[in-house]
Design a protein around this ligand. Structure first.
Ligand code: ZN
Length: 229
């Protein structure tokens, strides 16, 4: 009991330290940005991956990726909105965006997300997912993906990955490939895989409020680093 009180205090202190660091990054970045830049005019689309009958990855304990993606998206969105950004979500409940659960639902779902991004006139898109790699159960931590050849997407992805690595001590690199949510977007777009369902320690911490806050603060910090780089 004493230990759990101590450890929860430690988590609270670590979160506070991180919040101060993120606040400092935000403050310094805002000073550096032109006075003409209004965060209210800077639109960030937060895309919670999957939803509805598409659960995404399902962990051994039954945790659905679609549910965690939504929780992370909401926490991140609130942080960004509280700081003045214009935040738009592709989904805010457990439903997918595909309409009827009939053939071709996955493509319809992705196309609906694209429409949200286009209607929002987004500046950047952050798509939230959870990772899985059965081939290497020890692999852990957040990892960022971007569209091959997309210069700004690569820049955003690298800023985020660097911010994650400086916290985790990992040496992961942002990975390029061909992804609908990056390729089809009219603005820089990245996929953030927040951690690995295939790693027991990652899965346990991904489900905690404290880690969700931490990870979202790191994404926030990475976005600020991108804006001011
Ligand atoms: Zn996913």
């Amino acid at each position: 009991m004493v230990f759990s009180v101590k450890s929860s205090r430690l988590v609270a202190v670590l979160l506070l330290i991180l919040a101060i660091q993120v606040g400092l990054v935000f403050f310094l970045c805002m000073r550096q940005l032109s006075k003409d830049v209004s965060l209210m005019d800077y639109t960030i689309v937060i895309d919670a991956g999957h939803g509805g009958m598409d659960s995404g990855k399902v962990a051994t304990d039954g945790t659905k990726e679609s549910d965690l993606n939504l929780a992370y998206a909401k926490t991140l969105g609130k942080m960004l909105a509280d700081s003045g950004f214009n935040v738009v979500y592709t989904r805010t409940n457990k439903d997918g965006l595909y309409g009827l659960a009939t053939k071709g639902f996955k493509l319809r779902d992705m196309q609906a997300r694209k429409k949200v991004v286009e209607s929002a006139n987004a500046n950047i898109v952050i798509s939230i997912h959870m990772n899985q790699f059965a081939g290497q159960l020890s692999r852990s931590g957040p990892q960022v993906f971007y569209q091959s050849g997309a210069t700004e997407g690569e820049k955003l992805a690298k800023c985020l990955q660097q911010t994650f690595n400086s916290h985790t001590g990992n040496h992961h690199e942002a990975i390029s490939g061909d992804y609908y949510m990056c390729r089809e977007m009219p603005c820089p777009s990245v996929i953030v895989e927040c951690g690995f369902f295939s790693n027991a320690q990652d899965l346990a911490q991904l489900k905690t409020d404290a880690y969700r806050q931490t990870l979202c603060q790191l994404i926030f910090s990475g976005v600020m680093n991108y804006l001011c780089s």
